[in-house]
Design a protein around this ligand. Structure first.
Ligand code: NDP
Length: 480
């Protein structure tokens, strides 16, 4: 049985208290490894190592830091297959998805920020005849990066890469539910020659290891991705300590399908945006609003495609839907299916747990599920389910659908399907969402600002936004 260790000061070390947590494979429901149940003592050691590594790391030329990150990107690419297998086994996602999306994106994160930091110019403000002001962007010191289980290595590296590129040292915690690829990243850091202490990876629970990172007085900033409730708790802890905070939280994203859209493309992409990663992507569009003239046509084509989604062992190439990440999460999603029934929804597809034979007999599988007939403001349509469950709702006017789309506490992303350019821009600007896709979904350019409005978060990641977050701006004024 694989026993993971913390990665502190360039070495793999056991948790000081010697406690471990079971790591469960979602596709089988069986324990297949152990992970450190780290506490404040382990975190303190990691912070100490990061603090000691900081002066030399910040003094290293940005180009040299960048080259080490590009080396890490190359090592991730060279280890694509074992990393994809590990991610699939740990998370329950189809291996094909991990191979195509998760692991390549983790490599891109390091390559992007490794090269991008060389283009991170600071501003000057010239006051003619009076003064020259210039801005220095100092790294913050030791920063904390805490990430969730749905896109494990993808989101872990999305935080770590800009933090390191900007000259910070990092103490990072992956979700206790999906620790495997973060552990493997430690090995790649050793191979890349990343100086000891620059990146430290501490495994454990949120309330144990995560809370200790947030509370540690030497951790100057927290970059967190996860649930809105956890984000609220972290903000409450970190704000009185005046830490910088970046919070990427939950979503309940609308997908607006207008009658003039390219229907085939809208159906095909909506299948992806509904059920990719078993619906466990913060950007999934779980509320599908369809303009009434094409409602029945869209519904028929959509349901036909849903019927073709094979739920199976994530390690098989043929599986399009893997397992949900844990039994607790499966039960939560099932409780929302029950709620949708109680709220008067008509079940059009799915709704049941899937029992597979053989290796996966105890796995956490669920049918892709579609409801219609629910009020736009019912709980099913307002609360984040974070599973393979979507609702279909017809609409008559642009004003009506905007009202419904904006009618939740969340504001992460939205998708619009239309051929009318004026409408596309008008609706995009009226949507309360940090990211709006028009006639596409999840098409990402790492230079763009990424983050949510309302309860979906505070701050933006991506491109220069991330490098600004992980630095402190200082104004220097020289009198002429
Ligand atoms: P959680 O909020 O439960 O956990 C996220 C991370 O925070 C985990 O590493 C968790 O550890 C840790 N954590 C939990 N409690 C604390 C604490 N008190 N102090 C510090 N760290 C803590 O989210 P999930 O892992 O369940 O992820 C799903 C959520 O993430 C969904 O709401 C989804 O929308 C959101 N998300 C948002 C994204 C965005 O970009 N806006 C992207 C992806 C997901 P542990 O797991 O060990 O408990």
């Amino acid at each position: 049985m694989l026993q993971l260790q913390n990665f502190i000061n360039g070495q793999f070390v056991p948790p000081v208290a010697g406690r471990y947590l079971p790591n469960i494979e979602p596709a089988t429901g069986l324990v297949y490894g152990q992970i450190p149940d780290s506490d404040a003592t382990d975190v303190a050691r990691a912070v100490e190592a990061a603090q000691a590594a900081f002066p030399a790391w910040r003094a290293l030329a940005a180009e040299k830091r960048g080259r080490l990150l590009v080396r890490l990107a190359e090592l991730i690419e060279q280890n694509l297959e074992p990393l994809a297998q590990a991610e699939s086994r740990d998370n329950g996602k189809p291996v094909a998805l991990a191979r195509m999306v998760d692991i390549p994106r983790a490599a891109s994160n390091f390559a992007f920020f490794g090269t991008g930091v060389g283009h991170f110019a600071s501003e000057t403000h010239f006051q003619e005849g009076l003064a020259l002001n210039y801005t220095v962007r100092h790294p913050l010191g030791v920063v904390g990066c805490i990430s969730p289980w749905n896109l494990p290595l993808y989101l872990f590296t999305w935080k770590i890469a800009p933090a390191l590129a900007a000259g910070n040292c990092v103490v990072a915690k992956p979700s206790e539910i999906t620790p495997a690829t973060a552990f493997l990243l430690g090995e790649l850091c050793q191979q890349a020659g990343l100086p000891a202490g620059v990146l430290n990876i501490v495994h454990g629970t949120g309330p144990g290891a995560g809370q200790a990172i947030v509370e540690h007085p030497l951790v100057k900033a927290i970059s967190f991705t996860g649930g809105t409730k956890t984000g609220e708790h972290i903000a409450r802890t970190a704000a009185p300590m005046f830490k910088k905070l970046s919070l990427e939280l939950g979503g309940k994203n609308p997908n607006l399908i207008f009658a003039d859209c390219d229907l085939a493309a809208a159906v095909s992409t909506s299948i992806q945006s509904s059920f990719s990663n078993q619906g466990q992507i913060c950007l999934c569009g779980s509320r599908i609003f369809i303009e009434r003239p094409i409602y029945e046509q869209f519904k028929a084509a959509f349901l036909e495609r849903v019927a073709g989604l094979t739920v199976g062992d994530p390690l098989l190439e043929t599986s399009r839907q893997g397992a949900l990440v844990s039994e607790a999460h499966l039960l939560k999603v099932q409780s929302y299916i029950e709620l949708a029934r109680q709220e008067g929804g008509t079940l059009l597809a799915g709704g049941e747990r899937v029992r597979l034979d053989g290796r996966c007999a105890g796995g956490f599988f669920l049918q892709p599920t579609v409801f219609e007939g629910l009020a736009p403001n019912c709980r099913t349509n307002r609360e984040e389910i974070f599973g393979p469950v979507v609702t279909l709702t017809p609409f008559d006017t642009e004003a009506e659908v905007l009202d419904w789309a904006n009618g939740t506490d969340y504001g992460l992303s939205a998708t619009i399907w239309t051929r009318d350019l004026d409408r596309a821009h008008r609706v995009a600007h009226a949507l309360h969402a940090g990211v709006v896709w028009i006639n596409t979904w999840l098409l990402r350019d790492l230079r763009t600002p990424f983050g949510g409005m309302k309860n979906s978060g505070v701050g933006r990641e991506g491109g220069l936004e991330a490098l600004r977050f992980f630095t402190e701006a200082q104004n220097v004024c020289v009198k002429l």
